[in-house]
Design a protein around this ligand. Sequence first.
Ligand code: DQA
Length: 152
Amino acid sequence: MKILVIHGANLNLLGKREPEIYGNMTLEQINQTLIKEFPNVEFEFFQSNHEGEIVDKLNSIVDSDFNGVVINPGAFTHYSYAIRDAVLALKIPVVEVHLSNIYAREEFRRHSVIAPVCKGHIAGFGHLSYILGVESIVKLKEPERDDKGSDF
Ligand code: DQA
């Protein structure tokens, strides 16, 4: 199972940037936590402050063997139709994640132009949002089973 994790604008500053909102973990620590939590997942991590670079990255996996994408677009969430279109070009599940609960914040953060074209969206759990995002892609790949282990 291969998952691409994309971190958008200003997330390179995690740990130093508004820690009361985004927590104390650095981006590297979040990435390492994912690697530890999901030893069977092959991760690629990508961070950029440039919208076009994120579009290029998403375009680059159109015909690849990736099974899903977890993306925190940062502020691009709220206005990037280019990232939205790049997500639409993918056939694999894309999950949007946010450290903060964007619905409890300023008006302009309460709307995502990307979430409606994603498989789902997780916000407000700090670094756990990333873990839940990866978990959802892993679970989507597994066959559904009842509590006796039989397939539904
Ligand atoms: C964020 C929320 C965005 O509104 C903000 O611009 C960020 C981080 C989050 O993870 O909570 O950069 O995506």
